[in-house]
Design a protein around this ligand. Structure first.
Ligand code: SF4
Length: 313
């Protein structure tokens, strides 16, 4: 079966070997982040919808998980905001009921956690990972270019409410955009909000792939260390630009399809592809060359080298 909703497994910097589940059409999101690795948002919305029947996603999961592959996690993520999907709750419930041995993570921008219904649907997940970039509306708008109805104060209250009712692991991603959310005032704001949210883990992250806006830069390791010290909290993990060692086994037999599927979700360097797919460098180079000649893939220089991107059709 050709998979529409399942991708990977990919080797995630933050989660290890992760089978991705995408519940959202490409770039349907409540934000249009300047650092988004998937380009500009094409449908900016806060309206939850049934984009695809939950049963279609479940059928794909059944097929992929039939062999009980080794995975560190199954992750609801992708190229948009997963909580916008009304399939969120049914798919989470399905995975936890049918495949309780797998850790289920949800990567979310957190903007819909103001909604009690969304918070309830997230409860059975093992790990919920929302993002915060500032406690100030002006900075929040500069980084996320959010739907006009969204207020960061209300979103942070949503995180606090969720923490009070959630027994799973709440990991808070704090995404650093140097020169925008790195001032003393910003860090003081972070510190107070993090104390209120009380996450189990805070992941300090920064740009890793070509961003939607060219002016966005990655924070250096030194800057991330400095911010970590200022926040002065135990349970901070600097994700930065660290890359784990590959433990991936081949999950797809057609290597060109594997590269297409990986690049359709996120631009990647040759090194990324070798790590996430488990194929050799020479094999990946050969296939990338073929895909470039076919016009299926383009390349662009970024901070970590040449990034390959799928050409939308
Ligand atoms: S980074 Fe995430 S939240 Fe931001 S625009 Fe991209 S998909 Fe949406």
């Amino acid at each position: 079966m050709n998979k529409k909703h399942i991708f990977g497994p990919v080797l995630s910097r933050r989660l290890g070997l992760s089978l991705g589940v995408d519940l959202i059409p490409f770039k349907t999101c409540s934000y249009n982040c300047v650092y988004c690795e998937c380009g500009s948002t094409t449908d900016k919305t806060v309206t939850r919808q049934t984009f695809f029947p939950a049963e279609d996603v479940m059928a794909e999961l059944r097929e992929v998980l039939a062999a009980r592959p080794h995975l560190d996690t199954i992750t609801l993520a992708g190229s948009g905001e997963p909580t916008l999907s009304r399939s969120l709750g049914p798919v989470i419930a399905f995975v936890k009921h049918e495949y309780p041995e797998y850790i289920l993570s949800v990567l979310t921008n957190g903007s819909l956690m103001t909604d009690a219904g969304v918070r309830d649907e997230l409860l059975p997940a093992d790990r919920v990972i929302p993002t915060m970039t500032s406690v100030y509306q002006e900075t929040f708008e500069r980084i996320h270019r959010p739907h006009p109805s969204l207020r960061i104060e209300a979103i942070i209250e949503g995180f606090v409410s969720f923490r009070k009712m959630y027994n799973g692991a709440l990991w808070l991603e704090v995404f650093i955009v140097p020169g925008v959310n790195t001032t003393d005032v910003e860090l003081v704001g972070f510190k107070a909000a993090i104390e209120r949210i009380n996450p189990d883990l805070m992941q300090l992250n920064t740009l890793d792939r070509p961003p939607a806006e060219g002016w966005v830069e990655a924070a250096t390791d030194i800057e991330l260390e400095r911010i970590s010290k200022v926040l002065g909290r135990t349970g901070i993990e600097i994700v930065g630009r660290k890359h784990p060692v590959s433990r991936v086994t081949r999950a797809m037999t057609d290597t060109a399809d594997l590269i297409r599927a990986t690049l359709s979700r996120r631009p990647s360097t040759l090194e990324d592809l070798v790590q996430t797919t488990g194929m050799s460098g020479s094999e990946a180079v050969k296939i990338l060359g073929m895909l470039e000649r076919n016009g299926e893939v383009t390349s662009q220089r970024g901070t970590r080298g040449i990034f390959y991107t799928i050409v939308p059709r």
